[in-house]
Design a protein around this ligand. Structure first.
Ligand code: SF4
Length: 370
C-alpha cells in the first residue's frame, strides 16, 4: 500500500482511533497505547513504540502512518517567538507561531489554507481561500511545534496554551477543528485544560451556539468595532450576524458557563476605530457582557494595506478610557515583528484561491441558511 492510500492516525480523535483499531481487529486499549506514543512521546515511527507487540507494529506500518505536516521553513525572532511554514498538498502552505512569555507559551494554530471572510485589515484575507485543513493538519501543527520545542506533556511543557487564531475562520471548518481541539484537551493527547484552548471567531453566530453544545473551550471574538456600520466595513461577516445578534449569542455562551469569560479582540487602526467615540461605543457594548474582557491589539501593517497603526498615546488614551469605565482591558504587546509573525500577519501560501473562495462562500451560505 502506498503512503497516499494509508490512513494518517493524526486524523483520529480518541474514539476515532479506537474505532479504527476495532476495524483492524485490535482491542481499544491498543489504540490508547499508540495514542500515548504519538502525543506524549511525539513518536511517529511504529518501531519505536516498544510496548506495542511486534506483530501489531508490522500490521500498522502496512496500513497507516503518523504524518505531521512537513516543515518548509522555520525561524525564530529575537524575542523568542518562533514561526513555522508548513507544507500542505498542492503547493499550499500555512503558518504556525509560538509566543513564549514568562509564565506561559502560546501556540497560534491555523484552521484553513487562507480565509474567505475578507476582513479588511487582515493579511491572510489578501491571500483568498483555498480549503479547510484536515484534523491531522491542525493537530499536526501542535505536534511539529511540540517536537521542535521539546514539549513533553507530563514532563516539560513549553506549549501551555493553544489559540485557534492563525489563518482561517475555525468555525467554518467545524468538524475538523472540534476533533483537533479534542486531541489538544485529551489526557492521552496534549492534555490541556479547557481554559487553555481558545477558539477565536469573527462571529459566526450559529456555529458559536453549536460549539457551546459540543465542547468546553475558551472563546475569543474578533470585534474591532462596536457599531454595525464600521464593523461591517472591517469584518464583512457582520452584515450577516450584526452586533446585537453576536452579543446575544455571547450572553447565551456565558449563561452556560457562568464562571468563564469571553475575550473581545480589538485591533486599533489609526483614525478608523481608535477615537474616544469608538471607546464609548465599546464600553456600552461591554456593559452587556460585564465579566468579559477586551484585548487591544495595535495594528500590524503589511504590504499593500491602507490602514496604519494607531499612535502610542492614542492607544494609551483608548485603554485608559475603557479601564476608567471598569472594562477589563489588556494591551497586547506586538511580538515577532521581525519574522512577520505578529497578529494579522500570517500569510502562508495560498494557490488556486479564487474559484474555491466563491465555492466555499456559497457552501457557507447554504449551510447557514435559516
Ligand atoms: S481576521 Fe480571521 S476571519 Fe478575518 S479574514 Fe483574517 S483570518 Fe479570516
Amino acid at each position: 500500500m502506498s503512503q497516499v492510500e494509508k490512513v494518517n492516525l493524526l486524523d483520529f480523535d480518541r474514539q476515532g482511533l479506537r474505532d479504527y483499531f476495532a476495524q483492524l481487529g485490535e482491542k481499544p486499549y491498543r489504540a490508547e497505547q499508540v495514542m500515548k506514543w504519538m502525543y506524549h512521546h511525539l513518536v511517529s515511527d511504529f518501531e519505536q513504540m516498544t510496548d506495542v507487540g511486534k506483530a501489531l507494529r508490522a500490521k500498522l506500518s502496512e496500513v497507516c502512518y503518523v504524518g505531521p505536516p512537513a516543515t518548509l521553513f522555520d525561524k525564530g525572532a529575537v524575542d523568542g517567538t518562533h514561526k513555522w511554514l508548513l507544507g500542505m498538498d498542492g503547493g499550499n502552505a500555512i503558518e504556525t507561531v509560538y509566543i513564549p512569555e514568562p509564565t506561559r507559551g502560546t501556540l497560534c494554530v491555523s484552521s484553513q489554507v487562507g480565509c474567505a471572510l475578507n476582513c479588511q485589515f487582515c493579511s491572510t484575507a489578501t491571500q483568498g481561500f483555498n480549503r479547510n485543513l484536515s484534523t491531522a493538519e491542525i493537530i499536526g501543527q501542535v505536534w511539529v511545534a511540540a517536537k521542535q520545542l521539546g514539549n513533553y506533556t507530563h514532563q516539560r511543557r513549553r506549549i501551555t496554551n493553544v489559540v485557534m487564531m492563525g489563518m482561517g475562520e475555525p468555525l467554518a471548518n467545524f468538524d475538523n477543528v472540534i476533533k483537533a481541539m479534542s486531541l489538544m484537551r485529551d489526557d492521552l493527547g496534549f492534555g490541556l485544560a479547557s481554559k487553555r484552548v481558545t477558539l477565536s471567531t469573527a462571529g459566526m453566530v450559529p456555529m458559536i451556539d453549536k460549539l457551546s453544545d459540543a465542547m468546553d473551550v475558551s472563546l475569543a471574538v474578533s470585534l474591532h468595532a462596536a457599531n454595525d456600520e464600521l464593523r461591517t466595513e472591517l469584518v464583512p461577516l457582520n452584515k450577516r450576524y450584526p452586533i446585537d445578534e453576536l452579543v446575544a449569542c455571547c450572553q447565551r455562551w456565558l449563561a452556560r458557563r457562568p464562571r468563564t469569560s469571553i475575550t473581545f479582540e480589538y485591533t486599533l487602526m489609526k483614525g478608523i476605530n481608535d477615537q474616544p467615540l469608538h471607546a464609548r461605543q465599546l464600553i456600552k457594548l461591554m456593559r452587556k457582557l460585564p465579566q468579559c474582557k477586551v484585548n487591544l491589539i495595535p495594528f500590524n501593517p503589511f504590504p499593500g494595506t491602507r490602514y496604519e497603526r494607531s499612535e502610542p498615546e492614542t492607544i494609551r488614551d483608548f485603554q485608559t478610557q475603557l479601564l476608567n469605565a471598569g472594562v477589563l482591558t489588556m494591551l497586547r504587546r506586538t511580538r515577532g515583528d521581525d519574522i512577520d509573525a505578529a497578529c494579522g500577519q500570517l500569510k502562508g501560501q495560498v494557490l488556486d484561491r479564487t474559484r474555491r473562495q466563491a465555492e466555499f462562500l456559497r457552501s457557507q451560505e447554504l449551510a447557514h441558511a435559516d
